[in-house]
Design a protein. Sequence first.
Length: 383
Amino acid sequence: MVKWRIIAAGVLGLGAAIALYSFLTTDPAVLPGTDLTEDSEVTEPGLTLRDVTLEQPDEEGNPMWRVKGDEVTYSPDLQIAYIVRPDGQLFQDGEAIYEVTADTGEVQENGRVIFLRGNIVATGIKNNAILRGNELEWRPDEDRLVIRNQITGSHPQLRASAQEARVYNRDNRMELLGQVVASTVVEDPRQEPWLKLQAEELVWHWEEERIDSPQPLRVEQFKNNSISDVIVGQRGAVDLADALVTLRGQVAMDMLEMPLRVTSDAVDWQVETELVTINQPLTVVHPEAQVRVTARRGRMNLADEVVYLSQDVVAIGQENQSRLTTDNLTWTVNDQVLVAEGRVNYRQVNPTINLNGPRAVGRLDQQTVVVDGGGVVTEIVPN
C-alpha cells in the first residue's frame, strides 16, 4: 500500500540522491545510497532525510498535503515520519487551501493524518483566515483541520482566541471551542463601535458572515473603547453582514449609558441602527428612577433613548408604589416621561387615587401624572 510520496531528499551522512517520486512501503529494505526509481522502496529503520518534500496523493492522484522539512526521520516500524521545521500546503480536491508552518511534525496512518506541533501558523489561501496555535491535525478524508492549544485567529471579519478550532472547508465553517473570545474588526476601534463575543462554543460561517452559538453567549458593544451595551442569552447568533444580534433563552440586555435593563426570552438587536425588537413578554427596569415596566411586546430606539411597549403594559414606580396599566406605552428614558394610550388605569398610595381614562402623560417617579379623556383632565400631585 502506498504511504506517502518522497519528491526530493538527501540522505544524511551519505550525500546520495534519492530519485523523485519514490514511494515508501513496508516491503524488504533497499540499501541507503542507491538510486531509487518510481517503484523503489525506502524501508531502512531510522533513516533520516535532509531537505525533503513529502506528498500524500489520494486515490485519484490528487495531493492531500505536501510538506517540506529540514529533516525527516522514520520510526523503526516505518509507520511514522518525523519532520523538523515543516513548511507546506494542505489540499482539498487537488486545490491548496492552507499554507502551514510549525516546529515539528508527524505523518501517520499511511499518510491519512498529519500532525504539526509548536508555533503553528495556518494561513487560509481562499478564506484569508490566519490561525495560530501549538498543535495541528489534518484529516483530509474527513475534511477536518483541527488546531489546539492557545488558539488565536484573524480574518477581515473577525479576531478570535479559543482552546480549539475545527475547520470544515467544504462547508465554509469553523468551530471555536473552549473559552472563546471573538471581536468584530473595524479600522479604528477607538473611534468606531465594535462587538466582543464570549462563549464556550462559537460556529463561524465565513461565507454567510454569520456566527452561531448553541451555548450561552455574551455580546458586548464598545464605543470609544468603553463598553456601552451588554447582552447575554442561552444561545444566539450574530449576523456580521447585517450587524444583527439575536439571542434566545433567558436574555438580559443592559444599556449602560441610559441606564436600562431588559429581560425576555427573545431579543433582536440591530446594532448599527440601534434598534431593539422584542416579540416576547419582557421586563424593563430603570434602576436609578426605580421604574419597572412589563409588557407582551416591545421596541427600543437606543439612539433616541425611547422605549415602545404594547399589550398588557404595567408600569410601576417602585419607590412610591404608583402603578399604571395601559395598552400602549411610550417611555422617553432621558426625562422619564411616560405616554400611555388605550384603557389607562392609574393608581397611587399617597394620596390614594384610582383613575381611568383613554390617555395619560406623566412621571411615575415623581407621581406627576395627567389622565385625560372625555373632556375631563385630572392632575395628581404628591403631598
